[in-house]
Design a protein around this ligand. Sequence first.
Ligand SMILES: C[S@@+](CC[C@H](N)C(=O)[O-])C[C@H]1O[C@@H](n2cnc3c(N)ncnc32)[C@H](O)[C@@H]1O
Length: 423
Amino acid sequence: MTPSSRLAAILDLLTEVESAPRPADAVTSAFFRARRHIDDQDRGAMLETLYAILRHRARLGWWLSRQGRAETARGRLLAWLALGERKGPDQVARLFPTPLSAADSALVTALHGSALDHAEMPEPVRLECPDWALEPLRRRFGADFAAEMAATLVAPPLDLRVNPVKTSRDQALRGLSRLGLRAEPMALSPLGIRLPDRISLALLPGLKSGEIEIQDEGSQLVAHLVEAKPGERVVDFCAGAGGKTLALAAQMQNRGHLVACDVNEARLKRCAERLRKAGLHNVETRVLASETDKWVKRHKGGYDRVLIDAPCSGTGTWRRNPDARWRAPDLGLSALMALQARILASAARLVRPGGRLVYATCSVLVEENEAQVAAFLAAHPGFALLPLGEAFPPLQALGDHLSLTPKAHGTDGFFAAILTRQA
Ligand SMILES: C[S@@+](CC[C@H](N)C(=O)[O-])C[C@H]1O[C@@H](n2cnc3c(N)ncnc32)[C@H](O)[C@@H]1O
C-alpha cells in the first residue's frame, strides 16, 4: 500500500469503528476478513494508528471542539496526524487520500506544533476517563487515580497461555525462540508466556493448532485460583466464549466434568468451537434462561468448584480495549451490581459442602468486587473467604483477594475472591 492508500483504509476503518455499536476488535476483525488483500505489514501499521487514535479519543475531541470542528472520524484522523504524528499542513495535504477543504487545512495549521496534552484540558479529558466511571474510579484509586488511568493508555504486551493438554511451557518457549520471537515465562501465571514486542498473530502457528491461547495474565490467574482437578465436577457459570473454560478444562486434563453455562447461546457456541480446536472434550455447554434457571436448583450442592466470571463494567479491560471506556455498561452500574448479586446467590447453590466458589470480574471497581463479596458473605454464613496466599502462595503478598491493575501488576484489571462452603 502507498502511504496515502493506507491512510484511506485507516479512515474507512475508523469510520466503521466509530459508527458500529460493536467493540473495536470485533469491527477490525470483520474489516480485515473482508479485505484479505491487505498484507500483515499494512494491517499492523493500520492497527497501530487506529489504536493510537482510540487511546487519544477524548483529547483529540477536545482539540476539535476548541477549533469549532465536529468530532468526526475525518476530524480525529486529521488532528492525530497534526498532533500525534506532528505532520505539517503540506505533508498532511500530500498524504491525505482526498483533497483537504479550507476548514481541514485551517485545522491542521492551527494544531501543528502543539502537544497532545494541554494545560487547560479538564482532568477527565487528559486522563481519557468517561464521566460515568469518574467517581467510582477516584474512590477506588485515590491518590493513584491519574497514574492508574495513564497505565490504561499504554499498549499492552501479548500474553499467551499454554494448553498443557497439547504442549508444555518450555516446549512452547523453545518453539517461539526458533521463530525468532522474544518470549518470556510470566512471573505469576504458571502456564503464561509474555511477548513484549508487537508481532503479527500470523507468526504464531500454535494459535491455529490449539497449543496456545491468547489470554491476559490476570485472566489466567483467575482460572488458576479455581484449582479444578482432574476427575472433579466443575461449573463455569458465566462461560461466555470460553476464555476461562479452556483453561479450566486443561487444568482438569480432560478428566471429570465441566459445565460451561451462560445466558448467551452464541457465545457458548463459540466456546464449543474453541474447545474442539484445543482438544478438550470433558465440557458440556448449557444455555441458561437466567441465573435462576431450573437446572441450577436441580444441581444444588453437586459441584466441587464453581467459577463466576460475572458480567461487569469491564473497567479492567480498558488497556486492551481502549474504545470500551466510551461504552457505558448497557445496564448501568447499579443494575449491573444487582445482577452480580443475584448471580452470586444463585450459583453458590451449586457448590457442595467443602467445595470452592470463585467470584471474579474484569472490573477494578470496589462496588462490583470487594463490596459484592462482603455482602454475599454477610448473607451466606455457610461460606468463608479463603485468603489468596493459602490458595496460591506466590500471591500471598497481594492480600486476601486477587485485585490486579495495569499500573500495579502490569496485567489487565482483574478481581477474584475465593470462597469455601463449610463442610
Ligand atoms: C465477563 S463475561 C465472561 C467471559 C468468559 N468467562 C471468558 O473468560 O471469556 C460475562 C458473561 O456473563 C454472561 N451473563 C450475563 N448475565 C448472565 C446471567 N444472568 N447468568 C449467567 N451468565 C450471564 C454474559 O453473557 C457473558 O458471557
